[in-house]
Write a protein that binds this ligand. Structure first.
Ligand code: AG3
Length: 287
């Protein structure tokens, strides 16, 4: 039997002698113009997408990442969300969750066309939203895409890989400034912000840079077993709306409406919404 190991490495990784292994039944490797892509069929995690040696998506735990990158921000809006921008997100999981909030339009800008093509074929339960008529799929550089946009989006979601290769520019203050400008006056930005345990400095840097740009910044935590250390984070930057300011009664109502219409969620619920923003002391300790 073959095993795949993600050896933890790269910019900002603080665990350099650690990795995660999975038993593999079969594998397919290809090189895209942007990265190395590995598609694994595994014993425990179903199909797994690996980019440049880093696990991105597994069929077994993808719901955690995709529900939690989307719903905390979306449930913060007291009104219907009209236009959402997803940067990255090639597997389609984020778009699938966003569509549950019935936006008028979702624009997704992914740099690597081959990732989308593979995911459409190999992960239909994750990528199924990409064919929806409200979804406009563009291939290109998300960093460039937001540069000339003004007051256009209710919500911008950055669903990117680690800060190595094509994603580096998505961790920088000038990018966050352009996103601020591209958002409507009550717009919200959310990005995946790495592991507060395994990539503590990178995580803190994202929060710090966002604090230079957005008046409200709220990091929050999730558990993702196949990512480094299992402890993962997302960070919201918001112009006006505070995810912690949503009244429990209003959130409860919106949540019940959504699950009646779309079916049960597997991770997110109103208790998780508030609880995810509780951060243990070590994350922001003095160095
Ligand atoms: N994007 C974040 C993956 C980061 C994982 N890092 C790692 N394994 N070293 C996931 C994309 C899912 N749509």
């Amino acid at each position: 039997m073959l095993w795949f190991t993600e050896y933890y490495k790269g910019e900002g990784m603080e665990l350099q002698g650690t990795g995660l292994s999975m038993k593999v039944k079969s594998s397919k490797y290809l090189k895209t113009p942007y990265q190395e892509l590995l598609l694994l069929e595994t014993e425990d995690w179903g199909k797994v997408l690996v980019l440049d040696g880093a696990v991105q998506t597994t069929e077994r735990d993808e719901f955690i990442y995709h529900e939690m990158i989307s719903h905390p921000a979306l449930f913060t809006f007291p009104r219907q969300v009209e236009k959402v921008l997803v940067i990255g997100g090639g597997d389609g999981g984020t778009v699938r969750e966003v569509l549950k909030h019935q936006p008028k339009e979702v624009v997704m800008v992914e740099i690597d066309r081959e990732v989308v093509e593979i995911c459409k074929k190999e992960f239909p339960s994750i990528s199924n939203g990409l064919g929806d008529e409200r979804v406009k799929l563009t291939f290109g550089d998300g960093r460039e895409f937001v540069k000339d946009k003004e007051a256009e989006f209710d919500l911008i979601i950055v669903d990117c890989s680690d800060p190595i290769g094509p994603s580096v520019v998505l961790y920088q203050e000038d990018f966050y400034r352009d996103c601020f400008k591209a958002l409507k006056e009550d717009g919200i930005f959310v990005t995946q912000s790495e592991s507060p345990f395994a990539q503590n400095r990178v995580h803190r840097q994202v929060v710090r840079e966002l604090e230079k740009v957005f008046p409200i910044v709220r990091p929050y935590l999730v558990f993702i077993p196949t990512y480094p250390s299992g402890m993962w984070s997302f960070t919201i930057g918001s112009k006006k709306l505070d995810p912690l300011g949503v009244a429990p009664s209003a959130l409860g109502k919106l949540y019940r409406e959504l699950i009646e219409r779309e079916g049960a969620l597997k991770y997110y619920n109103p208790e998780v919404h508030y609880g995810a923003f509780a951060i243990p002391n070590f994350v922001y300790r003095e160095e």
